[in-house]
Design a protein around this ligand. Structure first.
Ligand code: ATP
Ligand code: MG
Length: 496
């Protein structure tokens, strides 16, 4: 039986109007990977922020290596040996890798000057130890998300952490980087470090974790060894019920082509053509970097098309900006909800209505009552967990932020909806709600272009699948012929 290095006992944390945690118990074991699982808003990130000194005010206690501890700042937690890699990575992008690793803990020479050489050297050693090939002098803004994460892990190692918390680390990582991360986690286990792993990807949890703790609505539900559970049992613990079919496919029936893209090209995409019908979901599959997001952004007017045409209802449309695209009836819900989706410092209501404020305005006056009604409606439909639509976006859990991003798109009532990785960071129950909403939209006769890296999502939802690779369309597959193998074959097929 592994030794329990850290225990959180009866932890309660309240925010104004929200009891995020009530009497939660949580254990971390030496050299083990503990999964922390629960629906969006269950309290996972909050529990880890209590642990790591981000929220110094809470009830309950934390016992670390046999002693009661309390951290007033993240720095104190770091010094004690607890490091956290937050859901929102927080590195300073214009600084170099080694500067980020030693930020606030710079190594100095005996004359009190920054010892750049020693820091670069130490950073290099850390990365060698993790078997990753990065130059410590590289600026963080040039790194992929996966590499930034590796740097965060190197930083945690540099603190000699006994406990490393990873909050949804694979949320945006391609498959190959996930494997690499698992290799590194295994290395951490070998060094007797306790790892906490938060993820909505249950398959990964069973692959890499030793034990699972489940939270639901801010309460402790269970702690089990992985071999004691299977996926269905885990989902039941998470959502308190079994889920019906995950991908409820609906048929719109016969309909005409309404949307056509012809020979669209620019620096990102080459000669892309496809067409879509009313009430049709077109899935766009491909590897990360295949040009799927770039295609969507070109259709949306965020990138310029150098050549090619777009037709809606038989008429050619030109969208030189997202604003024009929206007025043409096209909307794009971004995969990057924080970068170009939501404004974190504004409340839910303002974020939802920002893209369609004209529709809620009469004689230049915003119709407040209508605005509240409409926003409240979406909160209910999408089950956005929040005490009020006046809550700031930054105070919502990751998955609930994603739901707001979707509401913001639906409210513009587009005829063509481009939706990019809609269920990233979203729990199993909420995924189903998002799929139901997409289907509802489809049954209203809208056209949906669904970009997703999750094969089951593509296969489950789409009427037709476009397979993209290196900026071109490699093939089109009808729903009835679409399987994972067919799609992968097309991705890897030689051009000819
Ligand atoms: N700073 C805050 N102010 C107010 N409410 C907050 C704050 N942080 C979190 N909450 C609320 O506390 C609850 C728990 O949120 P938390 O972020 O811990 O969820 P989570 O389990 O990490 O979810 P997700 O899987 O979506 O990331 C949510 O209802 C959230 O809205
Ligand atoms: Mg979270």
């Amino acid at each position: 039986m592994s030794e329990c290095v850290l225990q959180m006992k009866k932890v309660t944390k309240e925010f104004p109007g929200v009891k995020a945690l009530s009497d939660v118990d949580f254990n971390i074991y030496k050299g083990e990977c503990m999964a922390l699982i629960g629906e969006n808003g269950a309290g996972k990130s909050t529990l880890m922020k209590v642990l790591s000194g981000v929220y110094p005010k809470y009830e309950g206690e934390i016992v670390f290596r046999g002693k009661k501890v309390a951290f007033d700042t993240p720095r104190q937690a770091n010094e004690a040996g607890i490091a956290i890699i937050h859901q929102e990575l927080n590195m300073i992008s214009y600084m170099k890798i080694y500067e980020n690793i030693f930020l606030g803990r710079e190594i100095k020479t005996k004359f009190g000057k920054l010892d750049k050489k020693a820091m670069v050297q130490k950073a290099k050693e850390l990365m060698d130890e993790m078997e990753i090939d990065l130059d410590p002098n590289e600026e963080v803004c040039n790194l992929s998300l996966a590499k930034q994460q590796m740097v965060e892990i190197a930083k945690a190692l540099s603190m000699n952490a006994d406990i490393i918390v990873m909050d949804e680390p694979t949320d945006a990582l391609p498959e190959s980087d996930v494997k690499n991360l698992f290799r590194i986690i295994n290395g951490l286990r070998g060094k007797d470090i306790g790892v906490v792993y938060i993820s909505h990807k249950l398959g990964e949890v069973f692959e890499i974790c030793d034990r699972i703790t489940v939270l639901r609505d801010g309460q402790f539900i269970a702690e089990n060894k992985v071999e004691e559970l299977d996926e269905d049992a885990l989902i039941k613990l998470m959502v308190g019920r079994t889920l019906e079919e995950q991908f409820p496919h609906v048929e719109y029936g016969e309909s005409e082509t309404v949307f056509e893209v012809k020979n669209l090209s620019n620096q990102y995409i080459h000669d892309v053509s496809f067409s879509a019908k009313k009430g049709e979901i077109i899935g766009v599959s491909g590897l990360v970097g295949a040009g799927r997001t770039e295609l969507a952004k070109t259709i949306y007017g965020a990138y310029r098309a150098e050549s090619g045409q777009i037709f809606l209802n038989g008429k050619e449309i030109k969208s030189n900006s997202p604003k024009e695209a929206i007025s043409n009836g096209i909307y794009y819900i971004s995969e990057d909800r924080k970068g170009d989706g939501l404004i974190l410092d504004l409340d839910i209501k303002s974020n939802i209505t920002i893209s369609c404020i004209e529709k809620l305005t009469k004689n230049t006056i915003i119709q407040k009552k209508k605005e509240l009604e409409v926003c409240g409606g979406y909160r209910d439909k999408l089950n956005i967990k929040t005490p009020s639509i006046h809550q700031k976006i930054k105070n919502l859990s990751g998955g609930n932020q994603q739901k707001v991003a979707i509401a913001k798109g639906l409210i513009t009532d587009p005829q063509v909806l481009l939706i990019d990785e809609p269920t990233r960071g979203v729990d199993v129950g909420a995924k189903k709600e998002i799929y139901d909403l997409i289907n509802l939209f489809k049954m209203q006769g809208k056209t949906i272009i669904l970009i997703s890296s999750e094969m089951p999502e593509i296969l489950g939802m789409s009427d037709k699948v476009l397979v993209m690779h290196e900026g071109t369309i490699k093939g089109e597959v009808d729903r009835k012929d679409a399987t994972g193998e067919v799609i992968l074959e097309l991705i890897f097929a030689k051009r000819g």
